[in-house]
Design a protein around this ligand. Structure first.
Ligand SMILES: [Ca+2]
Ligand SMILES: [Ca+2]
Ligand SMILES: [Ca+2]
Ligand SMILES: [Ca+2]
Length: 438
């Protein structure tokens, strides 16, 4: 029988065969012949010159019905009758016959029936490097938090090479990224176990994936290799606070801006993923009065006007806002809203003092009324010019800032006009440079 020699089974088989041989009173000779051939030879390849090595006559071998016998189903060897050579009868795969056994020996018997003799033959099947080391999966994924500390280890899949000795798996190598290095642990069983080591801190916002190539080599000549692609997925951590585009947002708006208008938008960005990067806006500090005028939209950062502004009542507002992400990190900013004046007030004229009557011989320049003129707008919008109507014998003189005196321009003549409504003839309007009140 030609089969793998495997410990106990081989011993049991030997004794069984020996027993049979003794019973049959055959003359047996053990282990006299031993050959060595590489695996995977084509059928009919030369193994050994049996006739020569046993010093048997070729003619006698043929005449006495010599043959090679294996007990298993497969006959791996045959005797070439013309040459007396032992040849392969099948292609032999060492990996299939002997798996990881360091030595693979097949046995068969040469039986010379005419002489009642049996010769045991051992054929060692030598390994050739006909298998490349390989991984079960060519593509794999490893998930690593961006907060993982350098030095953290992650197990990698092991490769397998069914060849033995130097033709089997010898080394691993990793390429692709400076963030990772390779460590190979050798177990008590001598197995090499590759591990991924985090060499440099990760940042998902910088690189969310890392593509690595794990290569395994055997020690054959030439060496064969196998590869596996490793995709490291970096898991997000909330390592970024939202950041406003400006520390202070300033805006100037006219006091007549319509209610509901968006006055400005504050914007913050957060490069994290999912809720860690989801920015919402809120008011951090505001007076009660200001809070009734402005509304901050939590999703967009828009600040909208809720009530009419009035420059004359208040022309500047300040509030503090903040942007926060879903992980509790935030950033504050200041908002300054300045209200600009619009010409929305008409001058108000009031008579502070007036004579109810005057003698017609009063000297020109006699004061008959004191008029106060006020415009609640400021600057140019509050500048007022006053005059008197046509055809009255009075003129207007500026008395003090907002005060005007109405004085007689010439001598009066009671016979021509006995009564004047002086205060009604005072006309005030905005300075010519500014648009008239709508
Ligand atoms: Ca190999
Ligand atoms: Ca092999
Ligand atoms: Ca992050
Ligand atoms: Ca964040």
């Amino acid at each position: 029988m030609c089969a793998a020699r495997e410990g106990r089974w081989v011993r049991r088989r030997r004794s069984l065969l020996l027993c049979c041989v003794l019973v049959a009173a055959w003359e047996a000779a053990w282990g006299q012949l031993r050959y060595s051939v590489p695996e995977e030879l084509p059928k009919g390849s030369f193994v050994g010159d049996v006739a020569k090595d046993l010093a048997l006559e070729l003619a006698a071998l043929r005449a006495r019905g010599a043959r090679v016998v294996s007990q298993g189903r497969t006959q791996y060897f045959a005797l070439h009758a013309n040459s007396g050579h032992l040849v392969t009868a099948e292609k032999i795969d060492r990996e299939q016959m002997c798996k990881n056994e360091p030595q693979c020996v097949l046995r068969c018997d040469l039986i010379v029936a005419g002489e009642m003799k049996v010769y045991a033959i051992e054929v060692e099947i030598k390994d050739i490097n006909d298998n490349a080391p390989s991984f079960k999966e060519f593509q794999m994924e490893e998930k690593v938090s961006e907060m993982a500390a350098p030095g953290t280890r992650f197990s990698l899949p092991e490769a397998h090479d069914p060849d033995v000795g130097p033709n089997s798996l010898q080394s691993y190598a990793l390429s692709g990224d400076e963030h990772f290095s390779l460590s190979v642990q050798v177990g008590a069983d001598g197995e090499k176990r590759p591990e991924l080591v985090l060499a440099k801190a990760l940042d998902r916002e910088e690189a969310a994936f890392h593509e690595l190539l794990l290569t395994v080599s055997d020690g054959g000549e030439p060496a064969r290799t196998g590869t596996a692609r490793i995709r490291v997925v970096v898991l997000d951590a909330n390592d970024n606070a939202p950041a406003f585009s400006q520390e202070v947002y300033s805006v100037r708006v006219p006091e007549d801006v319509p209610v509901g208008s968006t006055l400005l938008s504050v914007t913050a960005t957060d490069p994290d993923d999912g809720i860690y990067g989801d920015v919402k806006y809120s008011v951090r500090k505001i007076t009660k009065k200001t809070s009734m005028l402005f509304k901050l939209e939590p999703d967009t950062g828009e600040i909208r006007l809720m009530r009419n502004l009035d420059f004359e009542a208040e022309y500047s507002y300040e509030l503090e806002v903040q942007a926060h992400d879903g992980g509790g990190l935030f950033d504050p900013a200041k908002v300054s809203i300045s209200v600009t004046d619009v010409n929305d007030n008409a001058p108000e004229i009031s008579v502070r003092s007036a004579l109810s009557e005057i003698s017609e011989d009063a000297a020109p320049g006699t004061v008959v009324a004191l008029v106060h003129v006020q415009d609640r707008d400021s600057g140019g919008n509050g500048e007022v010019r006053c005059s008197l109507g046509e055809g009255v014998p009075f003129r207007l003189e500026r008395a003090l800032d907002d005060y005007y005196s109405v004085v007689t321009a010439r001598e009066l003549d009671r016979e021509q006009a006995s009564e004047y409504n002086v205060t009604e003839s005072v006309i005030c309007s905005r300075a010519a440079l500014h648009k008239p009140l709508a």
